[in-house]
Structure formats: C-alpha cells, structure tokens
Ligand binder design. Structure first.
Ligand code: M6R
Length: 605
C-alpha cells in the first residue's frame, strides 16, 4: 500500500517522479505528491485523487524544478484522502520533506510530545510525526537525525527523505516495507517497486530491514542499522520494461490474463526434467510432516483452497487452510511436524507475514510460494518457490493466481511421489499432464470473444451466484472475487450442494447463476443443482470441459474449456471467469486496473 519513488541526477526530476508514480499507482491511488529540491529550497505539490490530478497541477506550477526529488502515491490509512493528508509532508521550517509507505503505531504519543515542544502539525497522518521528529533531532548531521528519529518509531516504514541542506541527495530508509535502490549512470533511484524505474535502469540493490541509504547522482552509500557503511551486491533485473507496460492492451488486467500461457510456461517448464517434477529449491524431507497448513489472503488463499484439495487427494495427508488474517488469533495447532505453506504474489502482505511469524514461533517449517524475488515473505520463509509470473500490475490478480495454482499442483505430485503415494509411472503420467497446462491455457484464451458476448448479455445483473462442487467450488471463490472487486457487482460463491440449506431463498426469476461443472466425477451432482436453481427461475451460464454434451440441455449458455486431467483443471477453468469479470466491469465502465478502495499490496493489518 502506497508507493514511493526518489530520483537524483542531472536532469529535471519531476517528469521521472511523475512517471514513476504512474507506474506505482497500483499500490494506492487516493492522492499523490512530489517534492523537489533546488538551491537549498524544497518545493512541493500534492493533490487528492489519482496521479493525473497531480500531473495537471505540476504542469501549472513553474516552481517545481530540481534535479532531485521524492514522490508518493497513497492508499489512505490515517486521515481521509485529501490534499493536506497527501504526501510528501514537510517539517514546519520547510527543511525536510518525506514520503512514507507503512504505519507508525505510536504516532499519537510522539505527536503529543512534539506539540508540547512547539511543533505545528497540519495533517491527520501518522507520517507527519516522522518529518517533525527528524527536524527535531537534526543538528547538522542528517544520518544521525534519521537514526535517532527512526529509533523512536514503532510500526513499519519505507521512507524517502529530502533535506534542504543536502543538495542533489535523497535518502531512503527501510523497515518492514519494500524499498529498492536503482543504480543508474550518473543518476540513482529508490522506489517501492522496480517498475517505477525499470525504464531507466535494471541494476538494483535490495535494502534489508533497518538499513538506510544516501543517494547522489554518482554514488549510493548504504548503512546498516548502527550507521556503519556496508557494501551490498547489485543484481540485474531479467524482465523488460514492456512487462511493466500495457503494450497496446486497454488494461493491465487484460494484458495479464493474456500473458498466462507464457507465465505458466515460465513457472512450470524449468521444473520438469526427465518427465519428472523437480523442486531444486526445496531441501526438505516431506515425510517428516504429519500435516500441512496453507495460509494466505484473498486470491492467494483461494489458490490455497485448490491446492488443499489436490494435495490431500494425491498425498493422503491432512491439509488445512486458514486465512492469514485470522491465523494468529486462533491459537492454531502448529508444531515442528507442520509444514506451513504461505502463498503471496507480492511477497509483502502484512497478514501473511504475521502468519509466518506465528508459524515460526511454533517451530513449523515455512514454505512460501511467492512471485516477487527478494520480497519480505521470500526472505522470512525457510524455503521459497518462485512463481515466474513476471510483474503483475492490475490490482486484480490473474497470472499471479494461476501460477500459484500450478505450483501447488506440481507440489502435490512431487510430494505424493516423495511420500510413496504414487509410483514412478504415475509420477510421469501426472507430470505429462502438468506439461500440457500452458498450451491448454492458450487454447482457453480462444474463448475471449464468446465470453465478451456473454458479458454483454449479463453485465446489468446486480447480483450473481457462482456454484460448483469440490475443486470447482474452490475456483468459484476466485471467480466471484474477481467479479466483485472490479465490477462492484454483488456475487457469492457457493458450494452447490449447500444452496438448498438456506441460500436458495435468494434464487429468483432472472438471477444469474454461473455453474462451474469441470470436475466431471461430480457432473451429475452439479447438474441436479442446476436443475434446482433453474426450477426457481435462474438463468444459468455453465462452464464445462470440452466434449461435455449433457450440459447443453441444462444451461442457458455454455463455455467449454479444453480438457486436462481433472485435478489440474482449476488452472485452466478460472481463465474464462477472469475474462467474464473483466468484460462485465468494462461494460459497467469501472476503473478495472484500479478498483475503488483497493490497493495491490496490502501492507497493513
Ligand atoms: O500479494 P498477495 O498475493 O499476498 O495478496 C493477497 C491478496 O491481497 C490478493 O490476492 C487480492 O485478494 C487480489 N488482489 C485479488 O485479486
């Protein structure tokens, strides 16, 4: 939540900062602002709403000139989205400006203390205490002031700081929120995410918690928490700027849906050798565990629900799922015989991080399935399996989710073999099926035009149900979330057999029921459920495996999905539901990539 960016170089900073903020906007879009430094004076401009509002203001403000600066795009936590609560925040004397991603838990107490000392606060944010605190401790040595100020803070923060006394210098501080340095030629950057500066440099340095850095156009200096200068290795980003741009698509979401075959291929293929699945990154003896607990949030949790069903089926091992935001409050039964699998696209989700800490405090082994290399979750876990989905910019996850499900399916097959639950021949047979996933995903995208037509037919419905059984139900959870979050249309995912226990009261003439019928062993069961809702006036759009003739006599509309082994169907069958949500939202003129009230990475509890 919230994106920050900083630049120092020899060209005017504002264009680079605004461009960086546009690329970071997926992290929050309640307000945005920049501050630049010129001739020992800091100038700032900020505006509520999206970065475009800020761009307009900056264009009108001829004072915003300087070769170094910082910027922020906000997802509001403390104080309403407004101009005054927008970042950057400045110290009363105008000497410092800061941008902040995170939350300061003890801000009220620090604020009271500083007010008593004469500081004047303008905003309702927690962030303003940081800049006033730095100002309070500053006696000519900024490094010292930063250390003293941050030592007082409880919470999480990635900070960018400008000081009027330090021309051409920007400062970055990291604690519990992401911050990456971009090393250029005669110019340097920091940002919450590489996408902010990938069009300028691919050389990055990852900061660890407690570290801070000072950047001038020619030099990046990094310090550890005690202020000692340290050397850190640079790494090179392998993906290209196009991966972080729309490349001709109207929305990132559509682009990312279309990228799924490639993302799945990149995730699956390197892990297959000699017709078997290999996790070189996993050095564990799976026999040691008597249960698996899968925990995550939102779509990642729903991927976990699919994973639970596949792992249990193939490994004959107890697998539980728990939303990460609840895990630590349930005093869960976790011990050294529990393998905890956490799933996260961003690798930053605060609730998932808290769940890892809870699991580790109970001596569990933690395995993370994560997309962002070097992210907090990847570092905290004992083992990290990367999904190679590439950067995902749209707030609604698509390729992040499908690559997670693919890894879980592969893990299930791999673990089943390690546990002796399947023999070598079966191992090879399942691997062969997994290999088909990218091609099947590609073929599923051929449904695009047909799904669009169905969205044109149904987009005015104000409430929908997604029903399915077993694995299909797990997919419904994700299909329903996709629709809700980007189209703002109420929808519910229901285990089809549960409808008759109460919810069927909501089925009425014209209610749309999306019936997911891909798990063929339960086809007759879901068909009965379709008949039950049809008898009460529902319209039914069904999703089924190709060759399914039966379904045509039951449903009003049918989407047929390419066939693959039934346990691996979820990776494929979600794709038409993603497209459906996309076109319904588009017809309803919603802001698809930046749905209201949401942000891509949820770094607050
Ligand atoms: O980055 P993570 O995978 O940890 O994020 C977890 C959820 O916030 C996320 O999956 C969210 O539900 C999606 N944006 C929904 O599309």
């Amino acid at each position: 939540m919230c994106g920050i960016v900083g630049f120092t170089g020899t060209t005017d900073a504002k264009g680079i900062l605004l461009d960086g903020l546009k690329r970071l906007e997926y992290r929050g879009y309640d307000s945005a602002g920049i501050a630049v430094q010129n001739n020992n004076v800091i100038k700032m401009v900020k505006a509520s709403g999206k970065v475009d509002n800020l761009v307009e203001l900056v264009e009108k403000n001829k004072d915003i000139i300087g070769n170094s600066g910082i910027g922020h795009t906000r997802w509001a936590t403390h104080g309403v989205p407004s101009d005054v609560n927008a970042h950057p925040h400045m110290s009363t004397d105008g000497k410092f400006a800061i941008v902040h991603n995170g939350i300061i838990e003890n801000h009220a107490e620090i604020k009271a203390e500083l007010i008593a000392k004469g500081a004047k606060f303008l905003s309702d944010t927690d962030t303003e205490v940081i800049v006033q605190l730095i100002d309070y401790y500053y006696k000519g040595n900024l490094k010292e002031a930063l250390m003293k100020a941050t030592a007082r803070l409880n919470g999480s923060y990635a900070l960018g700081v400008l000081c009027a006394d330090s021309p051409n210098t920007i400062y970055a501080v990291k604690y519990s929120n992401p911050l990456i340095i971009g090393v250029g030629a005669g110019e340097n950057y920091f940002a919450s995410d590489i996408t902010a500066f990938i069009n300028h440099t691919k050389n990055v340095i990852d900061l660890d918690d407690g570290e801070f850095a000072s950047l001038t156009p020619d030099k990046v200096t990094i310090y550890d928490h005690s202020g000692k200068e340290i050397k850190k290795e640079e790494r090179k980003i392998t993906w290209d700027v196009a991966a972080a741009e729309k490349s001709g698509y109207e929305h990132f979401m559509l682009k990312e849906i279309m990228e799924q075959p490639a993302a799945l291929k990149a995730t699956i293929e390197p892990r297959i050798r000699d017709n078997k699945i290999h996790f070189d990154e996993l050095d564990i003896d799976i026999k040691k565990y008597d249960r698996i607990l899968i925990t995550a949030c939102g779509s990642a949790y729903y991927a976990g629900c699919v994973g639970r069903d596949i792992i249990e089926k193939l490994c004959k091992l107890h697998v539980h799922t728990e939303v990460a935001s609840e895990l630590r409050y349930r005093d869960p039964i976790i011990d050294e015989k529990t393998l905890v699998i956490v799933i996260s696209q961003s690798g930053e989700t605060a609730d998932t991080i808290a769940a890892i800490k809870e699991a580790k405090s109970k001596n569990a082994t933690v395995l993370a399935i994560v997309n962002v290399v070097g992210s907090a979750i990847a570092k905290l876990a004992d083992y990290a399996i990367y999904t190679w989905a590439g950067p995902e910019i749209a707030v609604a996850t698509t390729k992040g989710y499908t690559t997670q499900v693919a890894i879980l399916a592969m893990f299930a097959v791999w673990a089943a073999f390690e546990l002796g639950k399947i023999n070598e021949k079966e191992f090879e047979k399942y691997t062969e099926e997994i290999k088909k996933i990218p091609e099947r995903a590609q073929r599923t995208l051929d449904l695009n035009a047909r799904v669009k037509k169905l969205a044109d037919k149904y987009y005015q419905k104000r409430s929908m149900f997604f029903i399915g059984r077993y694995l299909d139900y797990a997919v419904c959870l994700e299909g329903s979330l996709k629709l809700k979050e980007i189209s703002y249309i109420h929808s519910e995912a229901y285990a089809a057999g549960e409808l008759k226990h109460g919810t069927i009261a909501l089925i009425e003439q014209g209610r749309l029921v999306v019936a997911v019928c891909c798990y063929e062993p339960l086809l007759d069961k879901i068909i009965s459920n379709i008949q039950q809702v049809k008898a009460r006036g529902a319209e039914v759009m069904a999703l089924a495996m190709e060759d399914n003739k039966k379904i045509f006599t039951e449903a009003d509309d049918v989407l047929l999905v390419p066939k693959i082994y039934e346990l691996f169907m979820p990776v494929i069958e979600i794709i038409p539901l993603q497209l459906f949500a996309y076109y319904v939202a588009k017809n309803n003129k919603c802001d698809i990539d930046k749905p209201k009230n949401l942000a891509k990475s949820v770094t607050v509890e």
